[in-house]
Design a protein around this ligand. Structure first.
Ligand SMILES: Nc1ncnc2c1ncn2[C@@H]1O[C@H](COP(=O)(O)OP(=O)(O)OP(=O)(O)O)[C@@H](O)[C@H]1O
Ligand SMILES: [Mg+2]
Length: 480
């Protein structure tokens, strides 16, 4: 080991030790997991060689989280975090170059370059929020006022002691986030949906939209994405429901996920998309790109509002029309909210099956009604019946998610669309959450099939796909 490397390792070990001693046992344990995943064990006994342990599998995000924490410690110690400008930029760039050159991080060259850029970018732009962003346990960051900043960790909101100097300081951070994605925000357009380089979704507002001052709401992505097993563990759905949905995705059924704000639609979309085979070319269309798929073959598209000169707008509809020319195997529409509904349905009806999307709605039936309204927004003069025919022949499954009073997000209902009777779309419920009451704050109940065998079972059998009939058996409530 060269001298320089040795010195770096010792310094890092010292920082690790100091940091661990400052943390609560909980946080220290968390940090250890992150560090272990990054292929380095934080050192408690002063044994600097422990941190050269070879990483097992390249884990980009974990390596990044580890480096980012050390970076923040380092620039924090030098008192740079609150000053702005070239100093910090230079320090960060120097750190990134040094760490990546000397560390045995399990990344290839392209990943190293990307990592250095992201580290620099994320750390410099975010001012006092940087340490919160480096904490992998933080899922939301909410800035209400310079001295009022909340984070959500493991589903609980807590106030932090992080502070901005004043409202101006918040505005500058907002402007930097906006500039990075080529957007402007000012008093004449005081609200913006933005995105951080890691995919986190940001909403920023300025007065007069928010009366008391600028706000920032960050919903984090990338670090800790909920996956299938997480949802099973949390109790969002039953294993049978999951198995059925995975089969439906693989069988290229068109699925619409409905639910209210923050009900977990996008998260479920991401989980269902996990089931898409690696061999398929996926095109995603979102207002703010937040999906992060594991598959390699993904093209991500994002809408844009008008710019300051009133030009440059790209709608979801524009993107969808273009996506159809990109030889997609799957089109995923993050949230169907307007005229693109028409093209989406038409695409689904003309061989582009396997589509998945979300829609803001209060129930499966409400989802259908809203879809119809959106098609009408497209400005084509179709009779209601024709629109409904399009809908029922395009969409196969509706999945409704809901955030219950106890804060748990559950799939309330999965329904199959079976056709049109008169003017009424017909659907049959296949699974539901049967609510039994509450115990304290907790909502009691269980998931069950309704006993209805979906039509797609027969269809799929003809195509050689067997769906276990046991999935659709009604289950009685296990608890008394
Ligand atoms: N099943 C779940 N259990 C616990 N937390 C969840 C679950 N699904 C999502 N979340 C969390 O809830 C928040 C909102 O999730 P998500 O973005 O998926 O909701 P959404 O319905 O798409 O929201 P929006 O209406 O803003 O688009 C996120 O912080 C996410 O991590
Ligand atoms: Mg969403």
């Amino acid at each position: 080991m060269s001298d320089g490397r040795d010195e770096l390792a010792q310094r890092a070990a010292a920082i690790d030790r100091r940091r661990l001693s400052r943390l609560t046992p909980d946080a220290a344990a968390r940090l250890r997991t992150v560090a272990a995943r990054a292929g380095r064990a934080p050192v408690e006994d002063g044994d600097a060689s422990a941190r050269t342990a070879k990483p097992g599998r390249a884990d980009y995000l974990a390596v990044k989280a580890g480096l980012q924490e050390r970076l923040l410690d380092e620039i924090g110690e030098r008192g740079l975090l609150d000053t702005e400008g070239v100093d910090v930029a230079a320090a960060v760039q120097e750190f990134a170059a040094r760490a990546l050159a000397s560390e045995e991080v399990a990344l290839n060259e392209a990943e190293r370059v990307r990592l250095a850029e992201e580290l620099t970018d994320e750390t410099i732009g975010m001012g006092p929020l940087a340490p919160l962003l480096a904490d992998p346990a933080v899922s939301d960051i909410l800035v209400n006022a310079p001295d009022q900043i909340y984070v959500e960790r493991f589903g609980r909101l807590e106030r932090t002691d992080v502070r901005f100097r004043d409202a101006d300081h918040i505005v500058r951070v907002i402007e930097r986030i906006a500039a990075r994605v080529g957007r402007r925000i000012d008093a004449s357009s005081p609200m913006a949906d933005l995105r951080l380089p890691d995919g986190s979704r940001v909403n920023a507002t300025l007065p007069p939209a928010t009366i008391d001052g600028p706000t920032i709401s960050i919903r984090r992505f990338g670090r800790r994405r909920l996956r299938r097993d997480d949802l099973l563990g949390i109790g969002t759905l039953s294993p049978e429901m999951l198995e059925f949905l995975v089969i439906a995705v693989r069988a290229r059924k068109n699925i619409l996920i409905s639910g209210g704000t923050g009900a977990g639609k996008s998260t479920l979309l991401g989980v269902l998309a996990e089931a898409i085979p690696d061999t398929e070319r996926i095109v995603t269309i979102e207002d703010t790109a937040e999906l992060s798929l594991d598959q390699d073959h993904v093209v991500r598209m994002e809408t844009r509002p008008v710019n300051i000169e009133g030009r440059g707008r790209i709608t979801a509809r524009d993107l969808l029309i273009n996506a159809l020319r990109m030889r997609p195997d799957r089109i995923i529409v993050g949230e169907v909210r307007g005229a693109e509904a028409l093209e989406m349905l038409q695409a689904m009806n003309t061989g582009h099956d396997g589509g998945i999307g979300t829609i803001h709605a209060n129930s499966t039936r409400d989802g259908m009604a809203r879809l119809e309204t959106m098609v009408l927004l497209a400005g084509v003069d179709l009779p209601s019946r024709a629109v409904r025919e399009q809908i029922v022949s395009a969409i196969n499954l509706l999945v409704h998610v809901r955030r219950y009073d106890d804060g748990v997000r559950r799939i309330e209902s999965i329904a199959e669309i079976t056709g049109l009777e008169g003017l009424t779309p017909q659907m049959q419920e296949l699974f539901l959450f049967k609510r039994r009451g509450r115990q304290g704050r907790r909502v009691m109940g269980h998931f069950t099939a309704t006993g209805v065998i979906p039509r797609m079972v027969d269809e799929l059998r003809d195509e050689g796909v067997q769906i276990p009939a046991a999935l659709f058996k009604k289950t009685e409530d296990a608890e008394p």
